[in-house]
Design a protein around this ligand. Structure first.
Ligand code: GDP
Ligand code: MG
Length: 370
């Protein structure tokens, strides 16, 4: 399963195997008649003969995005909320993310080497909060466009010495469209020209009305630079999390979303992912977008190696065969063969949708031979 031999392909195409082998050699693939070739090669050869390949994908095999979460309530356990910080440029997002991260560097963690893995976790009152620190808007837009919902709560940062700006509005719209709770962090309150009431007033135009004015939006006044109000902000996040009761089942195969990925010179393809359901373990076979792999190593945001990672944990993993894309869904399968087959199918599907109208059913029994 997973691939087919050169001989099978030749038969399917009603061609001589030797001819197919010649074409393969021309494509740089050295193959013998009994050798298994991958989907890329099958596709190339078929199209070279003017045969348009469309692979029928059995529904149950392609359940990647559509797997129902059928967890019984008793299997669900509280998980940390996942928070995104958005707002207009220069209103203090990066400073706030850095300040929050440092707030938590205590005791045992102090010696650890923190590293950028696209997200980090802090702990307050023995409860964890996960912050995504990928460049806010683009990542959020990209992930939403790809159907990935990773955020539970959005913090909208507005500078108290400025006001609501185009990207503030964009952030509000994103959060509303995603249906996630908003906490407004009015930043730079240390500045003499800060005017918190003006910000609150402007926010009411976007139906974000502070609680003290009879609304239900939480406003927190902070100075990211002077580190004022940060604990209050974290406590408010925990409050919103408690109300929304975020849960996941840690006792099943992991599902995650790719936050960032790149080719590292030393480590090969690395992906920073956020585990959302289940628990990811070293050695797990997985599919990430159209790529597959087996978890070789996992590192958290404190640079610590992990053997496993549960819901809401951001980690960097190695063991991929290729570099996936931000927003790609990530899912563990029972073994590497299965993962490879699913990744192949996904590549084909993507290629087909890219080819769009050019694709017709001409070889739809191809997969019955595989
Ligand atoms: P971003 O574009 O939203 O990521 O904004 P940055 O975090 O890069 O901040 C933009 C500028 O505002 C920087 O010069 C920060 O030092 C400054 N800044 C951020 N937060 C505060 C604050 O609370 N008070 C003051 N006075 N300056 C701040
Ligand atoms: Mg920034």
């Amino acid at each position: 399963r997973g691939t087919m031999t050169v001989g099978d392909l030749a038969k399917l195409l009603h061609k001589d195997a030797s001819e197919v082998i010649k074409k393969l050699i021309f494509l740089g693939v050295m193959a013998t008649i009994n050798q298994e070739i991958d989907m890329d090669a099958i596709h190339l050869i078929a199209s070279d003969y003017g045969v348009e390949v469309e692979v029928k994908i059995p529904v149950e095999e392609d359940s990647f995005e559509t797997v129902e979460e059928t967890d019984e309530d008793e299997n669900l356990v509280a998980r940390p909320p996942v928070v995104t910080i958005m707002g207009h440029v220069d209103h203090g997002k990066t400073t706030l993310l850095d300040a929050i991260r440092k707030t938590n560097v205590t005791g045992g963690e102090a010696g650890g080497i923190t590293q950028h893995i696209g997200a980090y976790q802090v702990e307050i009152n023995h409860k964890k909060i996960t912050f995504l620190d990928t460049p806010g808007h683009e990542a959020f837009t990209l992930m939403r466009a790809r159907g990935a919902q990773v955020t539970d709560i959005t913090i909208i940062v507005v500078a108290a010495d400025d006001g609501i700006m185009p990207q503030t509005v964009e952030a509000i719209n994103h959060a509303k469209a995603a249906g996630v709770p908003i906490i407004v962090a009015v930043n730079k309150i240390d500045k003499p020209e800060a005017n918190v009431d003006k910000i609150k007033q402007e926010m009411t135009e976007y139906e974000l009305v502070p609680e003290e004015w009879g609304g239900d939006t939480i406003f927190v006044e902070v100075s990211a630079k002077q580190r004022i109000g940060l604990e209050g902000l974290l406590e408010m996040i925990l409050l919103v999390a408690e109300v929304n009761d975020y849960k996941a089942n840690p006792n099943k195969r992991a599902r995650a979303t790719v936050i960032e990925a790149e080719l590292d010179k030393g480590k090969g393809p690395v992906a920073r992912i956020l585990v959302q359901h289940g628990t990811l373990k070293i050695g797990d076979a997985f599919v990430a977008g159209n790529c597959f792999g087996r978890v070789r190593a996992m590192v958290n945001d404190k640079g610590r190696r992990l053997k496993e990672a549960g819901p809401s944990t951001p980690i960097e993993i190695t063991g991929l065969t290729e570099v996936p894309q931000a927003g790609d869904p990530f899912m563990v399968f029972e073994d590497e063969r299965k993962a490879r087959a699913i990744a192949d199918r996904r590549s084909i599907k993507q290629r087909q949708s890219e080819m769009g109208a050019n694709t017709r059913v001409t070889l739809d029994d191809l997969y019955s031979h595989i």
